[in-house]
Design a protein around this ligand. Structure first.
Ligand code: SF4
Length: 706
């Protein structure tokens, strides 16, 4: 039954950003898809449709708390905020601004993110603010900036329906971006000639529904796409006019790709039948409208940025970018990974797509904020941040809406870091997470349905999240907590009365001094500046840049102009590199991690839904039967999974989708299960040298009977 009068909001889970209609009834919240939302057109996946089952207050943190002598006691907001502000101020006074840090999240709304970034970079004067988006998107950000000159996603979801070929690289789209995958399948049903290719070490639910699956070995994508670049150049698929007019750097990229000219070599290196490689190359060369979508299987790698660029190179060579039905497309993991990037939520970026390493950019942001100072160097990226906390150089950290004791690699190191940190502040909706147990100050945050603001999805679409539930207990919005600490520290410029005022400032910064050639950027919200509160409340989903009207911009680069100063895109020469840690006799299996269809992050919300939790009730390790035999374990038994960084216990399964020499464990379980099931404790902490994104997809492990 359609909901008659409902609040229109946005799903808080994956980066598709589906529109949701929510209405409170005496029996709970009714949830249905919003047919008017451009990203989803009424669709919801199983997680989105179960949102109503996740809204109970069980386990919610409803009042601030202060931990003293190991005991958590209730505190007033004033006492908690005074404590945070005075401890931050005294640590900064004694040790300098880089001795404090914020670690935030793609779960935050853009307005929360904006204020957090302004607080740290403009007023504390340190860029030590990083985000869990570092763990999923930062390689795409770095790849975009290298090639395009700015972190820009060229296309939109409609391109998946207009394409003649869709290549899904390192993406179990059927489970991780379900409604977008449904759009692809619907289009394929109507137009069977649409060809879908999956490139993934695992045979996932996505692979079962595509035309061609290349089960490449983890970490070999650059060999595959360098080989494709070389093949395209050799076989006349190059768009010479586009390359000459709109790109630079092709010679160096082709020279590097020439090392992968031999298809048998590529196939051997990738562990794939050469006939499959040839079939893929021929299809790519022969099809004009190709979308290549990539996700965590590409990004979460010690060569993630090069993987991104090796994909984009193939689109530049063929001129397949900026036009309907074609282009590289980064599928973001979280609901607001893109919004966080817009406000400079990464430790190496500045607000509004400006650059931390450019003096003119820093000066523009400082002057716009009327800030006393501005960070003048990149801060610590996530993995390095927690190392610095353990080493004692960062003495206070404020963690918001994320659970790094579960989700970061080498997660036991994160525990050690928080154990020795002088001040750990945790803002969350749940007060008992693995991370919250280390908090000296706990601040209750508003959750989905209670908070208000905007998010931006994978196709640059800004959508409103709207509240339809009352604030529970004493919970407050994260932006309010940040502003109240900032004001206690004597910082001006944090007296916002509402999220609308913050969004307006964010929009105005996007056009600040934009006529200055040195600052001009594609991220612009001209038509969204000076909106009144009613217009902000009624804001319909639309894709930035939003320059002259409220129509938005589905595609970028259609005119062949990119964001580098010379207007050209850069080919990037990508030298293939194996994952940092090779397999060995002691650790003979390559562990891959990822999401399940029915769970989200560390299950603090989806774990409340019986039907979601029932899909996969306990942690598992998926193995090839041959490796299980060699390891002395059998399907259904418990096994211990060990790496040189840590261990966990999970039940052995054989899905049939795992190649010999590999293993897969989902990311969702935490340390509060009977046996600590944080796969993060097993994952190696190596990162991509450009993006700082960890190598979640390749950790050498061994399996032992439990
Ligand atoms: Fe939510 Fe993603 Fe599912 Fe859409 S596809 S309902 S955004 S989890």
């Amino acid at each position: 039954m359609p909901i008659a009068s409902a609040v229109r909001t946005t799903c808080p889970y994956c980066g598709v950003g589906c529109g949701v209609k929510a209405m409170l009834t005496p029996d709970g919240a009714l949830i249905e898809g919003d047919p008017e939302h451009m990203a989803s057109r009424g669709r919801l996946c199983v997680k989105g449709s179960a949102l109503g089952e996740t809204l109970s207050l069980d386990g919610r943190l409803l009042a601030p708390g202060i931990r003293e002598g190991g005991t958590l006691r209730r505190a007033s907001w004033d006492e908690a905020l005074d404590t945070v502000a005075s401890r931050f101020a005294s640590i900064i006074a004694e040790h300098g601004p880089d001795a404090v840090a914020l670690y935030v999240s793609g779960q935050l709304l853009t307005e929360d993110y904006y204020v957090a970034n302004k607080f740290m970079k403009g007023y504390v004067g340190s860029a030590n603010i990083d985000t869990n988006s570092r763990l999923c998107m930062s390689s795409a950000v770095a790849g975009h900036k290298r090639t395009f000159g700015e972190d820009l996603v060229p296309g939109c979801y409609e391109d998946f329906e207009l394409a003649d070929m869709i290549v899904l690289v390192g993406s179990n789209t059927a489970w991780c971006h379900p409604t977008l995958f449904q759009r692809m399948l619907k289009e394929k049903e109507a137009r069977p000639s649409l060809r879908i290719v999956a490139i993934d070490p695992r045979r996932t639910a996505t692979c079962d529904l595509v035309d061609l699956h290349l089960p490449v070995k983890a970490g070999t994508d650059v060999w595959l796409f360098n080989g494709l670049l070389s093949y395209l150049a050799r076989t006349g698929a190059q768009d010479n006019a586009f390359v000459a007019a709109h790109t630079s750097g092709l010679d160096a990229a082709l020279l590097e790709a020439g090392g992968c000219a031999d298809i048998d070599f590529v196939a051997r290196t990738c562990g794939v039948d050469p006939r499959l490689v040839m079939e893929f190359y021929e299809a790519f060369a022969a099809t004009g409208k190709v979308v290549t979508a990539f996700s965590q299987g590409v990004n979460q790698s010690s060569s993630g940025t090069d993987k991104v660029n090796s994909i984009i190179n193939c689109h530049l060579l063929t001129g397949r970018i900026g036009k309907p039905g074609m282009g590289p497309f980064s599928l973001t993991g979280q609901p607001n990974a893109m919004g966080g990037r817009e406000v400079g939520g990464l430790a190496n970026t500045l607000a509004s797509h400006l650059d931390l390493d450019k003096p003119a950019h820093r000066d523009a942001v400082r002057s716009f904020w009327n800030a006393p100072r501005i960070a003048d160097k990149a801060g610590l990226k996530a993995v390095d941040l927690f190392r610095a906390i353990e080493a004692g150089s960062v003495k206070a950290v404020w963690i918001m809406a994320t659970n790094p004791v579960v989700s970061l690699p080498d997660a036991d190191q994160v525990k050690r870091a928080l154990q020795r940190c002088e001040l750990v502040v945790v803002s969350d909706v749940v007060g008992t997470t693995d991370t919250a147990t280390f908090g000296h100050v706990l601040l209750p945050a508003l959750g989905w349905g209670e908070k208000d603001g905007t998010v931006t999805n994978s196709e640059r679409c800004i959508s409103r999240q709207r509240a339809f539930l009352p604030a529970p207990g004493e919970a407050r919005a994260d932006w309010q907590a940040i502003c109240q600490v900032a004001q206690r520290m004597g910082f001006m410029g944090f007296d916002y009365g509402s999220v609308h005022e913050i969004f307006d400032e964010h929009a105005r910064l996007s056009v600040w001094r934009n006529s200055d050639e040195e600052l001009g950027r594609a991220f612009r919200l001209d038509a969204l500046t000076n909106m009144d509160r009613a217009a902000y409340d009624a804001l319909e989903p639309l894709q930035w840049p939003v320059q002259h009207d409220r129509e938005g911009t589905p595609r970028l680069f259609g005119d062949g102009r990119f964001a580098h100063a010379d207007g050209k895109a850069r080919f990037i020469a990508t030298a293939p590199r194996a994952p940092v840690h090779a397999l060995s006799r002691a650790f003979p299996l390559a562990l891959n991690t990822g999401r399940l269809r029915d769970q989200w992050h560390t299950m603090t919300r989806t774990g409340k839904s019986p039907r979601l939790a029932g899909h996969t009730p306990e942690p598992f390790v998926d193995l090839h039967p041959h490796d299980a035999l060699l390891s002395g374990v059998r399907a259904g038994e418990l096994a211990r999974i060990k790496s040189q960084w840590g261990a966990m216990v999970a039940r052995v399964t054989h899905s049939g989708g795992i190649a010999r020499g590999a293993a897969f464990i989902p990311i969702h379980w935490n340390g509060q299960t009977a046996s600590d099931a944080r796969v993060g404790a097993v994952v190696n902490p190596e990162v991509d040298p450009v993006s700082g994104e960890p190598e979640f997809k390749h950790t050498p492990v061994r399996i032992e009977p439990f």
